[in-house]
Design a protein around this ligand. Sequence first.
Ligand SMILES: [Ca+2]
Ligand SMILES: [Ca+2]
Ligand SMILES: [Ca+2]
Length: 175
Amino acid sequence: MILERMFIGASTVFVSLMLGSCSKSIQDSPGFLDQNGDGVEDIIYEFEGDFYYELVDRNFDGEIDESHKYGLDDRIVSSKVDSNLDGYLETSIFYEFGTVSKVNVDRMRDGQVDISFAYSEGEVIFADKYYHQTDEGAARIGRIDFEFGYPVSNEIIMETEVSSAEFSTAASVGR
Ligand SMILES: [Ca+2]
Ligand SMILES: [Ca+2]
Ligand SMILES: [Ca+2]
């Protein structure tokens, strides 16, 4: 019984060590990791000043789908993610003290944020979506409120004078 417990204890430590080195223990890891064993690196670490980047090829096609930025204290700063795997990292995630503080999406792939999710204490509280001006009508902004991570309102869409560049800048404030 005691031996059994010791074994479970030891296994747990071993597993957490394994997981630790897979995710981001940079001291113990080689320059790159090959998760699917095809000889091609799919997690790469790059160092730049006071930060390092964990670049992940999630679907093993040779293209990076996630870029995570960490401080040298291993605290995550921000991520860029290609959620729909179309080759463009459209989603930017920002963190404060390890929890998500904002998510910005460049859905139109023009370098400007067009959906912005605001977070409070790690939970999304509302999302704003920018609709470009068209031949039919003015630019608009839609808002959806969230509670406990779920939308609790229909999208309320209002015409706006704000340009897409201004929307993007406001969404990126302090970043
Ligand atoms: Ca690989
Ligand atoms: Ca990929
Ligand atoms: Ca994408």
